[in-house]
Structures are given as C-alpha cells and as structure tokens.
Design a protein around this ligand. Structure first.
Ligand code: FAD
Length: 436
C-alpha cells in the first residue's frame, strides 16, 4: 500500500477534520490491521477520522466474491457500497436486507455502525442479516459468525475496533422489482404522527417532521410507507452537485420555515400514492452530490437519538425544545424501531433498540451545540441513547451510560487490538477503549 501524507479529511458533517496518512488498499492480501479502516466517511463526526495517524481507505476493495441466485447469499469485499449492491441486484430480484439513507455507505461501514433502515420494525439492523465476517487482526485473518458470540457482538456496531472487516457474507432479501409503491400522507401533529407510525404495517415506513412547526402543529409532517413493486419507470431526475459552500443565510430560520411549510403541503390533504425507483426511495439525498456544503464552511451536526416506546412523551418534549429553538434545518426524521430480529440487539454497541428514533440536522453554531447538549441529557433521562454514526459532541461518560454492554465491547476490542492501533478520533474523544 502507498501512504499519502498530510491528507486532510472530514466526517460528513464537516465540523471535525483530521490530517494524517491515508492508503487506499487495493489488494486484500497486503492488508495489515495497523491503522483503522474507513469507508466513504458518511459518518457525521469523527468515527472515521484518525488525526496525526494513519487510516486505510477500503473503497477500492469492492469486489463481489460469490452470489447464490437461489438463496440470495452474497459474499463481497467490505469496500463495496450498498448503492452499488442495490443497482446490481434489485433488477435480479434481490435487495440488501437493511439500507441506511445513503447508498454511499460501504458494507464495512454498515457493519461497523450496524446501520438501520426504514424497515427496522420488520427486519432489525444490518448485522442481523450478515452470516459471516472476515476480519484482519494485526497480520492475521480470521472468520467470525454469529456463533462466535462475544467477538461477533463486539464487531457488529463495534466501530471497527475488533479488526479490519475485509469481507462479509450477506443474506439479501427478495424484492418484487426495482421500483417502490409509496403512499404519502400528512400527519397533522405529534400524536397523529406517532399513531400513524404505530399503525403502519408496511414493509418500509418513515416520517418527515416539520421541525419548525410549533403550537398545535408541533410534530406535523409526512409519513411515507413503501413496498417494492414492478411498475412504470418514473421520469429519471438527474444527479445534481452543490458546487460551493452555501452562505450561512441559506438555511436561516425564516427560509427553513417557508421551505418546510411548502414541503408539508406538497402532499395533498387526502394523501397520495406514487411510484419511485428503489434508489430514489432509499437514498433521496444522494441525488444531490456534496449536499453537506449547503450548511456552509462551518458544517453541521445531526442529533439522532432513540428512546423506548413508553417514552414518546419525552421525545415530544425534545421535539418541542427543537421547534421553539428556531435552529433546525429541513432534515428531520422520525421512525419507529422494532425489537430487532429475535428481540435482540445485534451488537454490544449497536444503536437500534425498540422505540422511536428522531434525527434532526442543525447548522454548526454555538447555540446549536448548547441545544444538542440539552437534548442529549433529555435523551439520557428518558432511558435512550445517541447514535455514534452521527455524533461529534458527546462525552464518554454519557455514551458509556447509554450503552449498558459497553464494558463487554471494550474488553473484546482490547483482546482483538491490544496495542490500540485501530483507535480513531472518536474512540479517543469518548475515551472508549478503556475496558474496566
Ligand atoms: C445522508 C445520510 C443518511 C444516513 N442515513 C442513515 C440511516 O438511515 N441509518 C443509519 O443507520 N445510518 C445512516 N447514516 C449513517 C451511515 O449509514 C453510517 O455512518 C455508515 O457507517 C457510513 O458508512 P461508511 O462506509 O461511509 O463508513 P465510515 O463513515 O467511513 O466509517 C464508519 C465506521 O466504520 C468503520 N469502518 C469502515 N469500514 C470499515 C472496515 N472495512 N473495517 C472495519 N471498520 C470499518 C470506521 O472506522 C468507522 O468507525 C446516514 C448517513 C448519511 C450521510
């Protein structure tokens, strides 16, 4: 591998950045786990940063090794993206079982964050559909499966701290086609929004929230329910690119409020059903390349929490604080998460748990950082947790108390990587590799 020196890189939120050596691995046989692996850095904070150190970019290791078209069992190198898998396999009748909101996430990044999608209530999280993982630890290679108990649970959602994920076998799920039938309806307020999510039995469901609406309209938004289908291909809308950092007024309070009101009304009162491509449904923001530049040079934060089912009132209070702050951007999402397959979390540090998850973007300002600290403590009080793929601001004390299995994960990570070669800016910032 050739190491490029002094490479500056950032997380997707562009608030935290790092300078260090990066090598783009192109031959799995030359891989040694002497530095953390990174995918497409679609994590918002510093999970994929290693300032002053080295990082191994996995995106060239993107081969398909084996596929059984009868069973949907697929073996791939870890650098392949979920968007690419969707493009190749949806026309053949198969989809990755779980997809986050961006197709740029790699399989390695999806395992290391144990990502969830719009079907968590039905399908659980990504790693619950992974049947084996090839890990590189130091200069050795090992294969782990769900039977490998503690090692498996420390790898799924384990921030890449038990080794470099070189390859994985995924159980794809059948799809009727590469199109989606999507029903959209308005939710008039918070209670209506939650009730519609609770009542949904669609394979995929998600709520967009107008995070600027207050008073009686607090929590209003649009619920999208989708299922795969074959059908007429809608007119293809091209990919756009944000060429420069937007000025800070572009997402100022009045503009966001006006945009959100129009976005809410785009769906008629009686609702509507539309046909979309799978890419448009699962990865709506990917059509605008570098959309993170819309937040300007200072970047942005995403606050994402999940709270238990019986704490929806606490989440409503959180929503109230956000709406009255006037700081939120148009991107705010509410989902209901299920118990996970077999009622279990896939990993010790996996984010998903049964309950409601809320994700809201905020331009990076001192007031937004203070607000997020406040939201974090409300989450903790409600017995919930923050998502490390989105975090740039939390503290180790808060995170450790949100993840009760943290000590088990830290012990496994210490066994697998005793010298701490795989540490990242995030594990250092949150002091996560202490195994006591
Ligand atoms: C627009 C957008 C929408 C999103 N929507 C969702 C969503 O709906 N649900 C959800 O769960 N997440 C969501 N995310 C978060 C995203 O899915 C995760 O951050 C995911 O980890 C990104 O994958 P990546 O390949 O870019 O990984 P990176 O961000 O590059 O890395 C993430 C972590 O994985 C580790 N890692 C990466 N590759 C390897 C490897 N081969 N071996 C070992 N460790 C590795 C890194 O060290 C790091 O700790 C979204 C992100 C964006 C930008």
């Amino acid at each position: 591998m050739i190491w490029a020196k002094d490479q500056t890189h950032t997380g997707w939120g562009r608030v935290l950045s790092a300078k260090g050596e990066i090598a783009r691995a192109d031959d799995v046989r030359t891989l040694t786990a002497n530095a953390p692996a990174v995918g497409n850095r679609r994590s918002y904070g510093d999970a994929a940063l290693n300032g002053g150190g080295k990082a191994i970019d996995m995106t060239r290791l993107d081969r398909i090794t084996a596929f059984d078209r009868e069973t949907g069992l697929l073996t791939v190198q870890a650098g392949i993206t979920l968007g690419e898998l969707t493009r190749i396999f949806a026309p053949q009748g198969w989809l990755p079982a779980v997809m986050p909101g961006t197709g740029f996430a790699t399989v390695g990044g999806a395992i290391a964050m144990d990502v969830h999608g719009k079907n968590h209530h039905r399908a659980g999280s990504f790693c619950q559909h992974v049947t084996s993982i090839t890990l590189i630890q130091g200069d050795k290679t090992c294969e782990i499966t769900p039977k490998t108990a503690a090692h498996w649970k420390a790898t799924c959602g384990g921030l890449g701290q038990t080794g470099i994920i070189a390859q994985a076998t995924l159980q794809l799920i059948p799809t009727k086609g590469d199109m989606m039938l999507v029903t959209e309806q308005r939710a008039t307020d918070w209670d209506h929004h939650v009730a519609l999510l609770d009542a949904s039995d669609a394979p995929y469901s998600v709520g967009w929230i107008d995070a600027t609406a207050t008073g009686a309209a607090l929590g209003r938004g649009i619920i999208e329910e989708g299922e795969t289908c074959r059908g007429l291909r809608p007119t293809r809308r091209g990919t756009k690119k944000v060429p420069f950092n937007a000025p800070h007024w572009a997402l100022s309070g009045p503009i966001v409020k006006a945009f959100n009101a129009a976005y809410y009304r785009r769906v008629p009162k009686s609702g509507r059903t539309v046909v979309r491509t799978v890419q448009d449904f699962f990865f709506p923001l990917d059509k605008i390349h570098d959309w993170n530049k819309l937040y300007g040079k200072r970047g942005f934060h995403q606050f994402q929490c999940v709270v238990p089912l019986d704490q929806s009132h606490a989440l409503r209070d959180i929503m109230q604080i956000i709406a009255s702050s006037g700081l939120a951007s148009p991107l705010a999402v509410l989902k209901r998460m299920g118990p996970g397959l077999n009622g279990r979390n896939a990993g010790y540090m996996s984010f998903p748990m049964e309950g409601y998850t809320l994700a809201v973007d905020f331009p990076n300002r001192p007031a937004a950082r203070r607000l997020i600290a406040h939201l974090e403590s409300a989450t903790l009080t409600a017995g919930g947790r923050l998502y490390l793929a989105k975090d740039a601001l939390s503290t180790g004390t808060a995170i450790k108390s949100m993840y009760p299995d943290y000590p088990k994960w830290a012990r496994e990570a210490a066994k697998a990587d005793p010298d701490g070669a795989l540490q990242t800016d995030m594990t250092r910032r949150l002091d996560l590799r202490i195994s006591k």
